[in-house]
Design a protein around this ligand. Structure first.
Ligand code: SF4
Length: 223
């Protein structure tokens, strides 16, 4: 029953949102890791500006960033928020990849999913969301990263327990969908959360999946 509702919601989201072109191919894993570290608690526009600034100053390679001065990395990340912590993380993670994995993420990406996740999460400043983003987008591993939008929308739709933590939301969503759809689910729940299922005042009346949502109308907008 829930599977059917989940499939219907996904079908409607597919009809309402285009998948961005960049989701078609595999993304460079190290760049994806760095972008995701920068994006933590930061708006996309600021993440993009900070990554562009970092890329202009440095080649985005572990051997380059491991040997860069932290202060120089900081200068490029000022638009990103928490830039001191993020600069430290980028340098430390680059050093670990350089020294433990010979400068390549491939050995980690080739591990079974849970081992790969655990290896990433052991790195300083790398949490489950960052690990899952890299594994999904750069290795096509079957996992659904849970960012703030995915978390909120999944709970409102009743696809994850209301008080569920990261793992509860991830595994609940994964149990509802086929592995081949994980990337689409991640991308479309974010798109939906941005356009309709907003954090403060969701637009339930205009929402294309409102007929299938148990939270519809909880915000008194005459949905
Ligand atoms: S009906 Fe409202 S709460 Fe439910 S998914 Fe749509 S916008 Fe979100």
């Amino acid at each position: 029953m829930e599977d059917k509702r989940a499939a219907t919601v996904l079908q409607i989201l597919r009809e309402n949102f285009a998948m961005p072109k960049w989701t078609k191919g595999k993304r460079n894993p190290f760049e994806t890791l760095i972008v995701t570290v920068i994006s933590q608690n930061t708006a996309d526009s600021n993440t993009a500006r900070a990554f562009e600034s970092l890329s202009k100053r440095f080649e985005i390679k572990p051997e380059v960033l491991a040997n860069a001065e932290t202060g120089q990395i900081e200068e490029t990340l000022k638009t990103a928020g928490l830039y001191r912590n993020k600069s430290k993380t980028i340098k430390q993670v680059s050093r670990i990849i350089l020294e433990k994995f010979h400068g390549s993420l491939q050995p980690i990406l080739s591990l079974p999913l849970e081992e790969a996740r655990a290896t990433f999460i052991q790195m300083p400043g790398v949490g489950p969301k960052t690990a899952d983003v890299v594994l999904l987008f750069s290795a096509k591993q079957p996992t659904i990263p849970v960012d703030t939008h995915v978390n909120r929308v999944a709970k409102r739709l009743g696809f994850a327990p209301a008080n569920g933590d990261y793992e509860a939301v991830r595994t609940s969503l994964q149990s509802l969908y086929e592995q081949r759809d994980y990337l689409v689910v991640h991308v479309l729940l974010i798109a939906h959360g941005r356009r309709y299922c907003k954090a403060r005042r969701p637009l339930c009346a205009q929402c294309p999946v409102n007929m299938h949502c148990p939270s519809r109308g909880l915000w008194n907008d005459k949905a």
